[in-house]
Design a protein around this ligand. Structure first.
Ligand SMILES: Nc1ncnc2c1ncn2[C@@H]1O[C@H](COP(=O)(O)OP(=O)(O)OP(=O)(O)O)[C@@H](O)[C@H]1O
Ligand SMILES: O=P(O)(O)OC[C@H]1O[C@H](OP(=O)(O)OP(=O)(O)O)[C@H](O)[C@@H]1O
Length: 232
């Protein structure tokens, strides 16, 4: 029987919450090898391996089917693959790591409150400014789905931003942003406001299963998902 691999965050924002949930679920993890090992096992469960990765790596490994389960943010999973619901199952929402992926514009854009308003701005942008509306983000896929797919806005350009996205409008690198927010303080500090219908995704840490042949009949798969759900 193939080992079932569960990828858990080795560091970062969602690590502690994950340790807590697995503890409450009665899934006691022990390190394999020395203390700094990046692999572990679940006590009392044969054929289950733990792989420690960062949250973004876990989303990638779920996308390419290299792991069976992972704990990571819904935002990273949906950004990392198209048609996520067909390829993975969101088994449980874990109640931590909450953050919203939002569309935010400069506060001084007084006439822009909704995505429809923003669509009007985008349509006029080239005529007024000689270039397309520029959106700074690291969420390419979610931005394209939301703007082009959900709101029919086609005239924009994405400017890749890998850090300090909220600073991009003031720095003249972009006009608006799509980014994650939790308390809202970074947006406020940068004089940006969220559009009233500009919440693309309400994300949190999730237990995610890669849909793989054999999972349906595998008692280990059901046991892991049920133990985590029972702990919430
Ligand atoms: N304030 C926040 N800022 C950014 N991400 C947050 C915030 N609150 C919760 N999250 C969530 O935490 C997850 C990212 O966690 P973390 O930053 O540890 O991961 P990472 O992307 O692997 O980190 P790294 O950039 O070090 O590789 C995402 O799913 C994100 O939605
Ligand atoms: O709504 P808030 O509570 O202000 O949180 C949102 C901010 O937190 C994160 O950045 P962080 O500085 O933590 O670093 P990161 O971009 O490296 O994750 C995120 O990218 C936002 O900028």
């Amino acid at each position: 029987m193939n080992a079932i691999t569960i990828a858990l965050p080795s560091k970062g924002r969602i690590k502690d919450g994950t340790v807590e949930v697995f503890g409450r679920a009665g899934l006691a993890i022990s390190a394999v090898g020395n203390d700094r090992s990046y692999r572990g096992r679940i006590e009392g469960m044969e054929g289950v391996e733990i792989a420690y990765l960062s949250a973004s790596e876990i989303a990638r490994e779920l996308a390419n089917g290299a792991v069976d389960f992972g704990v990571t943010g819904e935002d990273l999973v949906r950004e990392g693959m198209s048609g996520a619901d067909a390829r993975v199952e969101f088994c449980a929402r874990l109640g931590f790591g909450q953050a919203d992926v939002v569309v935010a514009v400069p506060e001084i854009w007084l006439d822009v409150e909704t995505m429809a308003d923003l669509g009007d701005v985008a349509a006029d942008f080239r005529a007024r400014h000689g270039r397309r509306l520029a959106i700074a983000t690291k969420y390419w896929r979610l931005t394209q789905q939301f703007f082009s797919g959900s709101h029919g806005i086609q005239l924009y350009r994405i400017v890749e931003s890998l850090g300090a996205t909220e600073g991009a409008p003031a720095a003249g690198q972009a006009d608006i942003i799509v980014d994650i927010t939790s308390t809202g303080s970074t947006l406020r500090a940068n004089h940006l406001k969220i559009l009233s219908d500009g919440v693309i995704l309400k994300s949190e840490a999730c237990l995610v299963r890669a849909r793989k042949p054999g999972h349906e009949e595998d008692p280990r798969v059901a046991r892991i998902a049920e133990a985590v759900r029972a702990a919430l």
